[in-house]
Each structure stands twice: as structure tokens, then as C-alpha cells.
Design a protein around this ligand. Sequence first.
Ligand code: PLP
Length: 230
Amino acid sequence: MVRENLEEVNSRILAACKRVGRNPEEVTLIAVSKTKPAAMISEAYSVGIRDFGENKVQELCEKYLALPEDIRWHMIGHLQRNKVKQVIDKAVLIHSVDSLRLAEQIQEEAARKDLVADILLEVNVAEEESKYGFKLEEAEHAILEIARLPHVRLKGLMTIAPFVENSEENRPVFKKLRQFYVDMQSKNIDNVNMNTLSMGMTGDYEVAIEEGATLVRVGTGIFGTRYYGK
Ligand SMILES: *Cc1c(COP(=O)(O)O)cnc(C)c1O
């Protein structure tokens, strides 16, 4: 099932790129494997997927140990400061930096391990109460502050768009984030390398690609519905 779903998702990614004249190589699919077993991840791995997304530190760490070394693990969920230490050398990219205190904690742990951590700033474009992330109007200040942290490298922006019936409803959200991303690129801020725009999930990744996403995070569309056991 995973194999067939991946074929479908990949062909939709190609079609979305084609519609807007983008090179498909600019778009990387992250298979969001949270709650899913190693066997399903292995199936995706066997057809060439190397980027996987997890939203819990413990689960990411367990899968990191159990699965092939060349997997690129993406931390996409809200990260508590006391857990930074555990993921900092396992995740290739932390998408969910939603406070300056978290960025400072990443700086501290990365310095201790003598590495530079790649991160994205999470932006709550639609200003939903239930979601983490900076408001768009706060994001530039946050970027300038993070740029001062030598062991943190800001690579771009991430957003989780609202849950909607019709993915077209999220187009303005993606457009806004893309516009801000381009503005920030043009400022050429030292120690900021704006080249990554993480947006789009199962319900809306095609629209996100049309609006400039470079990373899409697809879970259900690849692995099926998630069941959260008690
Ligand atoms: C779970 C999750 C996804 C994947 O969601 P689907 O709708 O299953 O594709 C993407 N991004 C984040 C941050 C998530 O937590």
C-alpha cells in the first residue's frame, strides 16, 4: 500500500510542478511517519524515500536507532526545551522553532556538541489559537535575533496551514508565507540562508507546491490514517 500511495503522491507532485513551471528537483517529499511502525518506513525506504518526519522526540530517537543510518530525520512537532539535547544530533532539520527561548536552547546544546543546527522558523500565518509559531508580524524580529546565534543556522520557514475542506482555501496562507520568504531572502541577513519553505500536508501539498514549497510533509497520503492508541 505504501508503495502505491507513494507513486500517487509523487505523480501529483510532478503534476503540480508542471502546472507552474517548477523544476521537481526543487521539491523534497518528507514522509511523515509518526505513529507508524518501522516496517512501513522500511517499505517507503525501499522505494527510495530518505526524508522522514516525526513530531515526538522519543519516537524520533527510537526510530533513528532502529532504522538505516542514511535516513534524514526531520523534527516537525512542537519541541520542548528540555528535549533539545536528545534530538539535536539526530534531526537534520528542526522545522518547529516557535520561540526565541527554544532557539537559544538549540544554540546552547549545539555549542556543547560543537555542531551547527539547521532550523526553520515556524510561522502561524493564519494566527490560529490552537497552533504554535510566530505571527507573521513577529517573524522578522525573530529572524534577526536567531541570526546572532552562531551554532544555529536558519534555513527558512515552516507553516501548518489550517484544516480546510477545500485546499484552495489555504492558497492565500501559502502565498503570504512565500511573499515574506522572498522579502527575507532579499535582505541577505548574515548567518541566514533562506532556501527552504516547508509547507503543505496531505490535504494541501499540491497547492503549497504551486505557491513555492520546497519541502512538503505528507503523512496520511502515504501511510494511511493514523490511530492514536490509549
Ligand atoms: C502530522 C503532521 C503532518 C502530516 O499530516 P498529514 O495530514 O497526515 O499529511 C505534517 N506536518 C506536521 C507538522 C505534522 O504534525
